[in-house]
Design a binder for this molecule. Sequence first.
Ligand code: NOJ
Ligand code: CA
Length: 563
Amino acid sequence: MTKKINLKTTFLLLITLNCFTSVQAGFKPLPKWMKTAVFYQIYPQSFKDTNGDGIGDIPGIIEKLDYIKWLGCNVVWLNPCFESAFQDAGYDVIDYYKVASRYGTNDDLKRLFLEAHKRNMRVCLDLVAGHTSIESKWFKESQKREKNEYTDRYIWTNDSTIKPEKFVSGTFERNGTYMKNFFDCQPALNYGYGQPDPKCPWEEPVTADGPMKTRRELMNIMDYWMGMGCDGFRVDMAGSLVKKDPDLTETTNLWRYIRTHFQDKFPEGILLAEWGNPQLAVKVGFMMDFIIHLRKSGYDTMFFNNVGTYRRDTCYFDVKGIGTPDYFIKNLTTQLSAVGENGYICVPTANHDYQRPCCGDRNTLPQLKAAMTFFMTLPGIPLVYYGDEIGMRFIDGLPNKEGSQLTKGNRAGSRTPMQWDGSANAGFSSGKSSSLYLPIDSLTDRPTVETEKKDPSSLLLFTKKLIALRNKYPALGSRGEIKFLQSKENSYPLIYERKYGTESFLIVINPAGKKVTVSVVYDKTVKKVTPVLGILKGENVLYKKGELKVIASPVSYGVYKID
Ligand code: NOJ
Ligand code: CA
């Protein structure tokens, strides 16, 4: 199929990053190290078990820091590791000042910070700011009849028969129902209401005593771990703390206050949001936010097929080749220009809440390399979700583990043990009842780090090369511009330019199982097109008088340097 694309219908999306606003009004600048950050997300229970209890632990993470560094990643983000009831895998915290004993001790975590810093790496923790476990001491105190320090730290109605939406009833000493934040076992901490309704006395203004104390406590928790050597936080459900705040006025006041104090004390520390809308998150005061499955980002239209936590009939990265990247591109480019240099976006390979790239019938090496090429050549900060670098599969049909099951689907399939070596469960004691996720015993052909390290054609070594390229060329790095050369008529292949100063790269990715040939306008004088990585070669991209002819074989990808 050869189609010449009409200039009029070709849409060129140019992102001109605003180079004049490197300091957002009112804030200290972003730590410089963010510019070259490459994240590696670790789900601690499934990463590396060192004491044979079948649960990953902090000593295991320390043991694998050299591996993460070897891959090219320099920042680790750990899913929650504090004392928890584990009804939502650690997102239901019991004690924010104590590492869960199954992962080790506070000293182990302190040692992790230290060992990371020795290697010029950094560690961010997950800060579950919006809710605790129903089993936390704070909540237990809060449900008491007598007024005490914690009475107003949660949101309680004043009558157990009043149950507005999201409120939960139970057997409590006090007469009331409480507001939840996610699952019923996760009562919302009280940060107050942006627009409290005087008819509902539990809707307190943000300046009330309870909300102010909650805010102070959150800042104490942050100070405590930063003092131990932590490098920053990913804030869970970051936009949800202040209730009924449609214009985000009070949410903004809250985070501006926290960021200002945080940066006064820890100018190198970072604050990341789990929001799903970087332009809002950054405006509010966060330094980075994720483009993920949340908030109609278009991520789903790129990667979610008919298997996984969230399902679709088809998507762009599918051999059927009937998807379109338009929606994702539109959101990405809007977000990038809105965020400018005030923050970063991050489009992760996956996370613990949704499916991995290796999912359903997207499971071959070329398919996974095509997806990895995409993730590692986007602007912003890249993130490798543990195991995606070796092509670990999203495993369907697992039982509910520690709250992995949602109404829409199960998250357990993305949370299985890291496949270090060929032994059953690779460092996770097989057969032990405490072992969290044991399905991989039954899988044959599962990739492991051990085998992929030795295989020159592996996804692991390919990912390492992609990260190295990013680190070498600013055009491929976080602040390089992106310009899509996509046409509405020809959704495949995906073609985009990355550029920084005079340096330019071209990326071609064809997830479709059929050969596609397109010509796109390329308004630039090109002397040389040099393939640097991928299966597409010199003959696949031909430049002639302001136009690129791209011949992409089925399921192919290539990174080219343009001179
Ligand atoms: C988002 C987290 O990523 C998810 O795993 C968790 O269940 C909810 N927030 C509730 O904390
Ligand atoms: Ca262990």
